[in-house]
Design a protein around this ligand. Sequence first.
Ligand SMILES: NC(=O)c1ccc[n+]([C@@H]2O[C@H](COP(=O)([O-])OP(=O)(O)OC[C@H]3O[C@@H](n4cnc5c(N)ncnc54)[C@H](O)[C@@H]3O)[C@@H](O)[C@H]2O)c1
Length: 256
Amino acid sequence: MTQSFSGKVAVITGAARGIGDAIAMRFLEEGARVFSLDLGEPDDAREGVTYLKADVSNVESVAEAFGRIDDAAGQIDVLVNNAGVQRVGLAENISPADWHLVLNTHLTGMHLCCAQAIRRMRERGKGGAIVSIASAAGIVGIPGRGPYGAAKAGIEGLTRVYATETAAANIRVNAVAPGSTRTKLIEQGLKDGSIRGEWQLERIPMGRLAEPREIADPVVYLASDQASYITGQTLVVDGGWTVQGMVHVADWLRAS
Ligand SMILES: NC(=O)c1ccc[n+]([C@@H]2O[C@H](COP(=O)([O-])OP(=O)(O)OC[C@H]3O[C@@H](n4cnc5c(N)ncnc54)[C@H](O)[C@@H]3O)[C@@H](O)[C@H]2O)c1
């Protein structure tokens, strides 16, 4: 795909680093005008991306950011809900603050940004595409990831609901569920000891983490005209993590 988003505007949340940054770069390569909504400053600002400071979990902050996009671009063709945080704790001791932070960032954040984008896409009458970043952790149960797993499973549910609400306006709503991807989110888990490199690799049939670009490519695909009849779906991009039933099998049962 090249320049397939020329003349289009893509809004990506959490694009200051990690997977969001890779998604922003891919949309730039495809000719889109790109806006990032992030709490933080970009690690490595990309020429061509407009970085807006915004908290996706805050209704006023989101409304203000979309207002600024109206002023600067006057249209939105693509929304990618990617902003995220991780907090780890068992059911009986995770703090209410951590619970709400994770739910509000991922799930309420998706809802607030969708509400703004869908209203504008409908009014303009030219359709649009929304892709939200779910997770393998919303499909399988991982100890200590209560709010994260619930939020990510919620993203898949909301994807189906908003797909049905917007299909008649030619707005497609899909999700990508990544497995372990090499970003600061994973580094945080390695540092606090909630994950270990060898445990992760053992669990992934492909034997390696994803690079952020390997998540960005399917996001761009789902937002593109090549996916024009796909809506309400979650594409799992996890190197086989969630389909592996048994981690340990005899060597002769594994092709290498
Ligand atoms: N890295 C992985 O292994 C992995 C796996 C599955 C899903 N994901 C999901 O992919 C997405 C991106 O993750 P990443 O690994 O690039 O993480 P990251 O921590 O590197 O980047 C997340 C970005 O989101 C921003 N952000 C956080 N809260 C925000 C808020 N309230 N408003 C606006 N911006 C906010 C951060 O400032 C940061 O720039 C997240 O939704 C994450 O849950 C990541």
